[in-house]
Design a protein. Structure first.
Length: 222
């Protein structure tokens, strides 16, 4: 992986935004939720096609969430406790960036139930994700508000870069799915991480083996 002189540097404050499912963490949360209904295979197939860019993300997410209607919300706790594992190198990457006064954010087509907990756990500066509607302790099968899609991820990166007064040349985006591509293209350094073929093909850089901390190798030291 070769970088240029315009590559973001650890010597100055910067911003890194990353995806959650199959990037920061090793699973797809919605697939693990579906497992408690016995429909993981059905949901996973839709998720895979959406991440490959074969399906409209918003429509496919709406379809998948509808299939979760009636599930007890306590299952979300079990998914977080039993299924979520941080990707190798995640904490090293975040801690290293934070020690160099970088902002680190999580932008996800997943759910606030998980991103909020990870924000607290990892000391993240920003999260954006979807709100599952819960009534009487059960999932309704709906999402509250606008869906966080590919454009929302891109806009979050751009708006927070401006809000924190960070030069665009100091921005990094990491993701694995087709809905991460606009964000990856918008950043000064866009990285496909163990990504779908479409993302590997289009992203400026790709990490196909090793942990998230390998992204540090793409940042100049001075």
């Amino acid at each position: 992986m070769t970088t240029s002189e315009n590559t973001p540097t650890l010597a100055s404050p910067g911003l890194l935004f990353m995806d959650m499912d199959s990037t920061l963490i090793q699973c797809e949360c919605i697939d693990e939720i579906a497992a408690f209904l016995g429909i993981k295979a059905q949901i996973s197939a839709i998720t895979e096609r959406a991440m490959r860019g074969e399906l409209d993300f918003s429509a496919s997410l709406t379809e998948r969430v509808q299939l979760l209607a009636g599930l007890d919300a306590s299952v979300l706790d079990r998914v977080y406790d039993e299924c979520i594992e941080l990707t190798e190198g995640a904490e090293t990457l975040i801690q290293t960036l934070k020690s160099h006064h970088w902002k680190v954010g999580l932008v996800s087509g997943g759910f606030t139930y998980f991103t909020n907990r990870l924000k607290t756990r990892l000391g993240l500066d920003f999260t954006l994700s979807n709100v599952l509607e819960i009534k009487n302790g059960k999932l309704t099968g709906a999402i509250i508000g606008n869906i966080v899609d590919a454009n929302a991820k891109k806009q979050a990166l751009l708006s927070q870069t401006a809000a924190w007064q960070i030069p665009h040349t100091q921005t990094v985006a990491i993701g694995d799915g087709a809905n991460d591509l606009p964000m990856i293209h918008a950043a000064a350094l866009g990285i496909a991480f163990h990504a779908k073929p479409k993302v590997v093909a289009e992203a400026p850089f790709a990490i196909n083996d090793g942990g998230l901390d390998k992204a540090l190798e793409l940042l100049t030291a001075a």
